[in-house]
Design a protein around this ligand. Structure first.
Ligand code: HEC
Length: 162
């Protein structure tokens, strides 16, 4: 008797599954815009807050000491490097393919800027701030220019003059 009831229950379940199956699946995959927005809000709240003025980014540079005065020799070399390797995508004072470096040290740490210059590919994949910038740049990606730490430091010195 018990077995019979189980079989009956199973049969009933199968009928229900056969009738309702398709519909249930469809309901599961279709998300209305409010659900999507809600899920996004939850995700963003859980993401740890990033402070652009303390974040050092990802790369070889962990500490940069800026001199009290700007080193003009480094600025000249930095400008030449910038004109050669960066100007195709960056204008100094307005957004071009990438953001303008003018006043960048008011928005970012020197370490972050240097890591972004030396290690852009990993930065845009893993660094929360770089990912944010990438999301705002209409799909344009910063290309790795094989810049050394020493060269990046000179470009940074040049950025201090903008
Ligand atoms: C092929 C185009 C391209 C080249 C070449 C390029 N960049 Fe970029 N750069 C971008 C784009 C696009 C972004 C923003 C998106 C991102 O973060 O990936 C960016 C972001 C940056 C940022 C972060 C700006 C911010 O406000 O957060 C810095 C700093 C930077 N670039 C410096 C340089 C320097 C210095 C060079 C030369 C050594 C260079 N870039 C070469 C396209 C380029």
């Amino acid at each position: 008797m018990k077995k019979l009831t189980t079989i009956a229950a199973l049969a009933l379940l199968m009928v229900v599954a056969a009738c309702g199956g398709g519909g249930t699946e469809e309901r599961k995959t279709v998300k209305t815009p409010d659900v999507v927005a809600h899920e996004k809000a939850i995700k963003e709240e859980k993401a740890p807050p990033i402070d652009p003025m303390t974040s050092k980014g990802i790369g070889p540079v962990s500490e940069v000491v800026l001199g009290e005065t700007i080193d003009q020799g480094m600025v000249e070399e930095g400008k030449a490097l910038f004109d050669k390797n960066c100007a195709a995508c960056h204008k100094t004072d307005k957004k071009y393919i990438g953001p303008a470096p003018k006043d960048i040290l008011e928005r970012r740490t020197p370490e972050w800027v240097m890591n972004m210059i030396i290690n852009p590919t990993e930065m845009v994949q893993k660094d929360p701030l770089a990912k944010q910038v990438l999301a705002e740049s209409n799909g344009a990606i910063m290309a790795d220019q094989n810049i050394t730490e020493d060269q990046a430091r000179k470009i940074l010195e040049y950025f201090r003059t903008l």
